[in-house]
Design a protein around this ligand. Sequence first.
Ligand code: NAP
Length: 488
Amino acid sequence: MSGGDMAKPLLGHQSMEGDPSITPVAGRTIGVLGSGDFARSLAIRLVCSGFKVVVGSRNPKRKAGLFPSEAEVTFQADAVKKTDVIFVAVFREHYSTLCDLADVLAGKILVDVSNNTEMNHHKESNAEYLASLFPACTVVKGFNVVSAWTLQSGARDGNKQVLICSNNQEAKRTVAEIAQVMGFTPVDMGCMSSACEIENIPLRLLPAWKIPIFLALGLFLCFFTYNLIRQVIHPYIREQKNKLYKIPIEVVNTTLPCVAYVMLSLVYLPGVLAACLQLYHGTKYRRFPDWLDQWLRHRKQIGLLSFFCAALHAVYSLCLPMRRSHRYQLIETAVKQAMEKKMNIWVEEEVWRMEIYISVGIIALGLLSLLAITSLPSIANSLNWREFSFIQSTLGFIALVISTLHTLTYGWSRAFDENQYKFYLPPTYTLTLLVPCTVILAKVIFNFPCVQQRLLRIRRGWEKGRYVKFVLPSATGEYSSGETSSNV
Ligand code: NAP
């Protein structure tokens, strides 16, 4: 049998042995209707997982060579007779051509693995359609979120979750067990009405990323336009200087850190707003408005985009000295100084500013990398809640403070220099400071003991104006209880 990785089961069979909840299904004969890409990958994986496989094709002679020798490739009707569980690896449009098999299929489990090309393409899901064509069969939806490539790529790569739904619990359990023996993680999605949702999953394009990406693009566009006006349009209008060459690198490189910094503050701003609402209402049991709820749920993606922009900013900054324009400017300055007979151009303050600016920038990027890495599910799952919240909340906030230092050392005294106000527009860095400084200030206020204690009590279930049972230690050290208003 061919196959490198395919020769190894996704999980060793022994891993199932100790689990009493799992009926041994390995060794059972599984049928596959169809001989395309999916059917072939599925058959190989099933064989490697210890199943006997019988493939039903319209043309078994021609297709037999594509399958491992351990799999039997035969006519559809013949294959169906030899097994009780049949994977239908055929497109929906061809389901009706299988109707001739209705009698032999009666009483068997059909696994619908099909996908659509568009979301909600048909009124009823493919699985429901299959069930309507074969009412004497039990249809289970499953394996459609696993690609032929994932089936082939073995234990190392690919999505390992198999979403399963059916109206028949027993059939669903059988298919879940098969998935488990194959090394996948079956996820019970309930009854057949979930099939439509399961079929839509492979067609979704980064659903959790849409809002954060639009947010990042919106911020990028705003800051890019602002920087373009200051760095290119202003010198052109005021001094007739052509600075268009600055657009690809300089303007982009002054825009990226603005986006990264503001996005990082937007990770922590919804938490601040949520805390303000909880303090205002004096309870944690009141639902946040939908927009805040959505924002809270997208913090991970916003943070990762902030890291992405910061990383690009670092690469752009490292490449700045490589540019021809930079070399010409350096030589020009050197010549000018030589003509003016200036020997010492060392400005102590500028030297220190740059050293500190770069150093805090590197630390901020390091912390952002740590936040990005620990947000990956495989890493996050290895941390307990305290470790995860320490990294994401405390270190994340420290990253925001250090990024603020990076921005301040970059700006230094420019905010007080009137030459920096192009068309009366303040330097870009002053604008970027607004949201992050508000977040930092709010976090500092939340750390005042009076505010912190009230917030802590609210988060432990205390509610304004509610009578609660309290327990207090008495003078003798024993505890006495009574009723009081927690508002007092
Ligand atoms: P494919 O390569 O085109 O294979 C489809 C197979 O259907 C053919 O090889 C053919 O086998 C069989 N078939 C039966 N009746 C047919 C008919 N009347 N006309 C044409 N073909 C007929 O497609 P595939 O990529 O394997 O996909 C098969 C199913 O798996 C689809 O429902 C798809 O949505 C689903 N799926 C595929 C993937 C993937 O990565 N490819 C992932 C998830 C789900 P015979 O000629 O031997 O009968």
